[in-house]
Design a protein around this ligand. Structure first.
Ligand code: C5P
Length: 297
């Protein structure tokens, strides 16, 4: 018997970052939007805990207990006094170390899958609590859709989405470490007063209306200057997508994946083709949003 859970990637349409807290984290106003690029996590009873991964970037995924999927299984097993004797297989389509929360997605998916496999019947609240323990972006992968995350980004309020948004994503030739990008944010912020992060009312309204042009005018990412400082070539990718007709171009989360909001499916194809031909990125993907959160298939 096995259980498979499908889980989406995310793009941050707003990432407002406050000053570093005493615990090293940053308070955020983080507007997550789940996009239709998915990993599938399958759990099967086994002699012990084992993680395997398939997909174009599978070699980059750690298969030890640092993998969030393994940590999710261990955390649930420990709480319920169950043996974590499970083979976790990740069919990976979300870019690795790309700022699209692929590792977080696998954590949420493995948690939901193990809960179903073991019959531990955790409540939604308990699942969300475990997700928050695993990482700041993990609770959102559980819920999907769109949500505002405050605190570290883990305290979620669902947001309404009134239509389908079309996106193009350009994956870079190398990854960026999220802690390194936050450290660069701190370095660039030295000597400046950092305002409290607040969600943009204009952006929330654009999501609710399904209005791509209004959303394009309201997106923002406070980590973008830090990501560009560590990875200056990303500016060329952003320029290539803008020149091809994207409504807006931004770094996804801590990067280095770049995200292009476009008017419709046709424009997505044109922008994707232009990005592929630009020589400024490794691969290009088209996806729509919103997408549902972690779901048993
Ligand atoms: O929560 P998570 O383990 O995914 O965070 C990874 C890293 O990103 C943290 O160790 C921290 O350096 C940085 N981070 C942060 N503030 C946040 C979320 C993450 O500084 N709100």
């Amino acid at each position: 018997m096995s259980v498979t859970v499908r889980v989406p990637a995310k793009v941050n349409v707003q990432l407002a970052v406050g000053a570093a807290r005493p615990d090293g984290y940053h308070d955020l106003a983080n507007v997550f939007l789940a996009v239709g690029l998915f990993d599938e996590v399958t759990v099967t009873p086994a002699d012990g805990l084992r993680v395997t991964c398939e997909g174009p970037d599978a070699w980059e995924v750690p298969l030890d207990r640092t993998n969030l999927a393994a940590r999710a299984a261990l955390t649930l097993a420990e709480r319920r006094g169950v043996e974590p004797a499970v083979h976790i297989h990740i069919a990976k389509d979300i870019p690795v170390a790309g700022g699209m929360a692929g590792g977080s997605a696998d954590g949420a998916a493995a948690l939901v899958a193990c809960d179903a496999l073991w019959g531990t019947a955790a409540s939604r609240a308990e699942l969300l609590e475990i997700c928050a323990e695993l990482g700041s972006d993990v609770p959102f992968a559980l819920v999907g859709g769109a949500a505002l995350g405050v605190g570290r980004g883990e305290r979620l309020t669902a947001l309404e989405v009134g239509g389908t948004f079309h996106w193009v994503f350009a994956m870079a030739g190398r990854g960026l470490s999220t802690p390194a990008v936050f450290r660069e944010f701190d370095r660039l912020a030295q000597g400046r007063e950092i305002p409290e992060p607040v969600a943009s009312a204009e952006l929330v309204e654009a999501l609710a209306k399904g209005d791509a042009e209004a959303l394009a005018g309201a997106v923002s990412n406070d980590l973008q200057p830090a990501a560009l400082s560590l990875f200056p070539e990303l500016a060329d990718t952003l320029d290539a997508g803008r020149a091809a007709g994207a409504l807006t171009a931004l770094v996804s989360g801590s990067g280095p994946t770049t995200a292009f909001l476009v008017r419709d499916a046709e424009s997505a194809v044109a922008v994707a083709d232009a990005l592929r031909g630009s020589g400024t990125c490794r691969t290009v993907r088209v996806a729509t949003a919103p997408a549902p959160g972690a779901t048993v298939v």
